[in-house]
Design a protein around this ligand. Structure first.
Ligand code: GDP
Ligand code: MG
Length: 163
């Protein structure tokens, strides 16, 4: 069994973009059977010779903000239970949101490696903007652009060390 890495975060931060990058050329394992996992995508990846399974959470969420928040809570709880390490993704374009703070609060109590990843850091100005995410109380973060791939190597180096 390879280690499991879950990507959590509110909608639109870029979770699926990173997921697709991590599993490129590999088959996504889409579990359509279990009611518990139907909304999650699994894929295989590897880095520095270490194989791991990635879970992309929250693929189908639709509806009111209320349902959003409940759904994200559920996804995070499931990820916490199942994963060996958690990527918590936030978005430098929107900055810190209330939902980010809620997820951070949950994750601060979790005794598993948590990687705070500030996505959409496509340029140097955005790298400066990313410092506001220290306010989430999760310590150091990784700045990446899931779209162009920058920063993802540094993230993966540290991620596989923790597996
Ligand atoms: P998810 O809802 O968290 O899975 O987010 P998606 O992966 O579907 O991405 C949401 C939107 O953000 C899409 O329009 C992406 O193209 C965009 N996006 C994802 N990563 C980046 C990035 O690194 N930079 C920029 N500028 N946009 C991104
Ligand atoms: Mg998605």
């Amino acid at each position: 069994m390879s280690a499991i890495v879950a990507i959590v975060g509110r909608p639109n931060v870029g979770k699926s973009t990173l997921f697709n990058r991590l599993i490129q050329r590999r088959e996504a394992i889409v579990d359509a059977v279990s009611g518990v996992t139907r909304d999650r995508h699994y894929g295989k990846s590897d880095w520095n010779g270490k194989e791991f399974t990635v879970i992309d959470t929250g693929g189908y969420v639709l509806g009111s903000d209320d349902i959003f928040e409940k759904e994200i809570d559920k996804q995070v709880e499931l990820a916490i239970g199942e994963a060996d390490a958690i990527i918590f993704m936030v978005d430098v374009e929107t900055g810190v949101t209330g939902m980010d703070e809620d997820v951070a609060k949950l994750l601060r109590r979790v005794d598993k490696p948590i990687f705070l990843v500030v996505n959409k850091v496509d340029n140097a100005q955005r790298a400066q903007d990313a410092v506001e995410f220290y306010s989430l109380g999760l310590g150091e973060y990784f700045s990446i652009s899931s779209m162009n791939g920058s920063g993802s190597g540094e993230l993966l180096d540290e991620l596989v060390k923790a597996l």
